[in-house]
Write a protein that binds this ligand. Sequence first.
Ligand code: ZN
Length: 477
Amino acid sequence: MKRTKKTKSMLRRLLLGSCGVLMLLLTFFLINYIGKLSDTKAYANAGSVDTALEAWQEMTVTEEPKKPTPTPLPVPKAEFSKEYEHSGEAKEVLAYDSGIAYGLRYPVYEDAICSSAVKKAAEELLAAELKELSGTSDKDCKLVIDYEDGAAGELVSVLFRIEKSVGSAARTEKRQWIFNKKKGETVNAETLFSDRAYAYIAEQASATAEDAAPLTGDRETFSSFLLTAEGAEFYYEADGKEQSVTVPYAALHTYMSVTVNGNVPADSIRELDPEKPMIALTFDDGPHYINTPRLLKILEDNGARATFFILGDRSFFTEANKETLRQLAASGNEVASHTYSHKNLAQLSIEDMVAEITKAADNIYALTGEYPTFVRPPYGSYNDEVKQYANAPLITWNVDSEDWKSRDAATIVEHVLEEARDGRIVLLHDIHTFSVDAAERLIPELIERGYQIVTLRELFYYKGVELENGEVYHGVY
Ligand code: ZN
């Protein structure tokens, strides 16, 4: 086969060109290899052979070229304020959807029923707010639902703080949520306080405010509140900003549909006929492990309720007495304080006098989960210091059964019936068998005569008496 000159010269050029390229490539690899080798040596000198190998491997792994990440479009974000206090864990959701940046935060509780109930309430609140905002044509909406929470006895209280903005307009709202852990159900916040409570709250708020502009004592003004261990904290608007006042339960009890600090049934104020006469029987110096339960049965059988001024030391005296007090507290009858050890308060130093009152309150709280609302000073004896430091309304009586004197049931019954009037407070002692014998006859007889036999809380509530700490009440009329 003969090749032409032209073909030969083309082949030669091709060969020469290929050789040149090959040489170039070889040189490149050689330089590269020497470079890496010297690096490896440097590593090997610095550390172990393993390190050197690792370094070698590292260097031989070729990094994949990074894909350019697309620059994200700015998504509006909702943010939670840091000023709200949470009692424990919180769950939060932050999202952006159809022009609304929103955030939802709600509490998580150990009580599973309570926890799922508050989650449901929070989600419903969010859904309602989102629905409302989606109706606006403005596409720059923000919604943040945060909360504050507190607890008082069996009640869990959550105050949702709703902040929303549409364009440049911003608005805040608050929403209540209350749950009774013992009953496992939500409490209607609207009916927690009676109408009369608001005048009292307004008075308290006006007294604490620097600017003495009087506040209207209505439900609307004080619709936002948080139940804490110390009291009900009301949030209201004054001078164009949010203010708050904490009202202790001792003062609010008579205006509340639910007792907040304990196991007294929610119906601690019964539905009674305000037009019919009422009388409050009060029993002192107990509890007594035989006589008190017997009396509770008599009261229950007659649909009557009474108030028991118990002694702190006697309550803890025996297991039987402790149990009696618990039974008493759970019965719907009222547990009140007759101090710790029945000393004449007016004759004690301030320190000892205060100790007598606080020790009894602590004992009652330890056994019943509720602090007593009322204090009855032993022997009905008090002075200005007692009034000042009692931190509770002081209750005496205007009918003395003189049971301790006659020690005879028939005489006691006769004496009380003679003195009985609408609104009166009767003094008896449930530590004596003859007093309970008397109560057994007296209670049906009073009912027969048209009286409703009520607790002090009920009496003051229906008679519209606004109680004040340190004031002394003998009876209503
Ligand atoms: Zn007494």
